[in-house]
Ligand binder design. Structure first.
Ligand code: C5P
Length: 275
């Protein structure tokens, strides 16, 4: 392996997130259509004893201690590595974050552990880095054949939410799954028609804990989003726009009206090279 080695940790987006049950250990059964975005954290691996340096706009929101998932991933891989994490994505915001970073460290080290889900429920899907249907508690993955180019805007109010608190605030845990067979997605219309029949079951409980999430969704709707929804356990929301120009215009407008929010326009990531 040539060093230093850089690996992108693309943001993960749950286009749908159905909570279909709960296991005896408290973890919830999910059925989620997951995609990856061009916006990303960046992991760099250099030679040296195990360490972690944090850079980037959201470095301050993250503890670089032994609990950091990048260090846990390197330990799971059984490797020494001097890791630098450029934190471009808001922390604890429903778009992968720690799981994406841990997966990027594993990819950079060329390691595929048998049970990556022990690091976090989203680590297996982030390791693949490709659009997938995610079931079980995150360990059951089915590739999604192909998706059209999507023009998305992400909005985060920069207030964090605790994932366990959002799951606890759910009033119902046995919601219907997505249909057994997903349709083909030849264009954005097909994606939106399908998404309109689906949900994020964590959205209402998240709004009950952090009402500003409803304002993020309204801002996307008012700026021309064809569909708006929350990702993961929040608080990041996404809007799907008809084309790149309308996404850029919406980004500028929402950003200007809400200077305290994180607002970015992004397309889908291309899949990482396989190791
Ligand atoms: O695995 P991860 O660290 O992302 O999960 C954070 C918390 O979210 C878990 O401790 C659990 O409370 C909750 N969770 C859950 N069911 C899942 C994934 C996460 O209840 N499938």
């Amino acid at each position: 392996m040539t060093l230093p080695r850089r690996e992108l940790a693309p943001a993960k987006l749950n286009l749908t997130l159905h909570v279909t049950g709960q296991r005896a250990d408290g973890y919830h059964l999910l059925d989620s259509l997951v995609v990856f975005l061009q916006v990303a954290d960046v992991v760099q691996i250099d030679a040296g004893p195990l360490s972690l340096a944090l850079t980037g706009p959201f470095a301050a929101g993250l503890a670089g201690d032994a609990d950091n998932l990048c260090l846990k991933a390197a330990r799971l891989a059984g490797r020494e590595a001097a890791i630098t994490l450029e934190k471009n994505l808001p922390v604890a915001s429903g778009i992968g974050g720690g799981s994406a970073d841990a997966a990027a460290v594993l990819r950079a080290l060329g390691c595929r552990p048998e049970h990556p889900e022990t690091l976090g429920a989203d680590v297996p899907v982030c390791l693949e880095g490709r659009p997938a249907r995610m079931q079980g508690v995150g360990e059951m993955l089915t590739p999604v054949p192909s998706l059209p180019t999507l023009h998305l805007v992400l909005v985060n109010p920069l207030q964090s939410l605790s994932t366990p608190a959002v799951f606890s605030a759910m009033t119902r845990r046995d919601n219907p799954a997505m249909p057994d067979a997903l349709p083909e997605f030849p264009d954005t219309d097909a994606v939106i028609s399908f998404l309109d029949t689906c949900r994020n079951d964590l959205q209402a409980p998240a709004i009950s804990l952090l009402p500003v999430i409803a304002d993020c969704l309204s801002a996307l709707d008012a700026s021309g989003a064809r569909l708006s929804r929350m990702s993961g356990s929040g608080a990041t929301c996404f809007g799907i726009f008809a084309d790149r120009d309308s996404a850029e215009r919406a980004k500028s407008r929402i950003g200007a009206e809400n200077p305290d929010w994180w607002v970015v326009a992004s397309g889908l990531a291309s899949a990482p090279a396989t190791h």
